[in-house]
Ligand binder design. Structure first.
Ligand code: SF4
Ligand code: SF4
Length: 97
């Protein structure tokens, strides 16, 4: 029977314990690491796209209305978007249990 990664002992895991193959980072739900998340106040947003540019995880996308929001599947809650937003439209809020 073939072992899956969940069956492996820690000594058998790859260095870094992460299976890395080209282009597979989208398979990892990095949003699970988050304890705070960004919330955009569209009344303050001037749709400049600065948050989109600065997000290190490319977790911000533009909505059909031209506003920006975080994809919580990938957002790690680093707060860089909130820090860089020129109008303070992004507030970092605690995740609920
Ligand atoms: S940086 Fe702030 S003002 Fe600019 S698009 Fe993002 S949320 Fe809106
Ligand atoms: S909190 Fe960090 S990871 Fe999440 S959307 Fe903002 S810049 Fe990107």
């Amino acid at each position: 029977m073939t072992k899956t990664r969940q069956d492996l002992a820690w000594q058998e895991l790859e260095i870094g314990a992460t299976l890395i193959t080209p282009g597979n980072s989208c398979e990892y739900k990095s949003g699970d690491w988050r304890s705070i998340r960004p919330v955009v106040d569209n009344k303050k947003c001037v749709r400049c796209g600065t948050c989109y540019i600065f997000c290190p995880d490319a977790a911000i996308h533009e909505t059909e209305e031209g506003f920006f929001e975080a994809d919580l599947y990938y957002c790690k809650g680093c707060g860089i978007c909130a820090n860089e937003c020129p109008t303070q439209a992004i507030e970092m809020v605690e995740e609920e249990e």
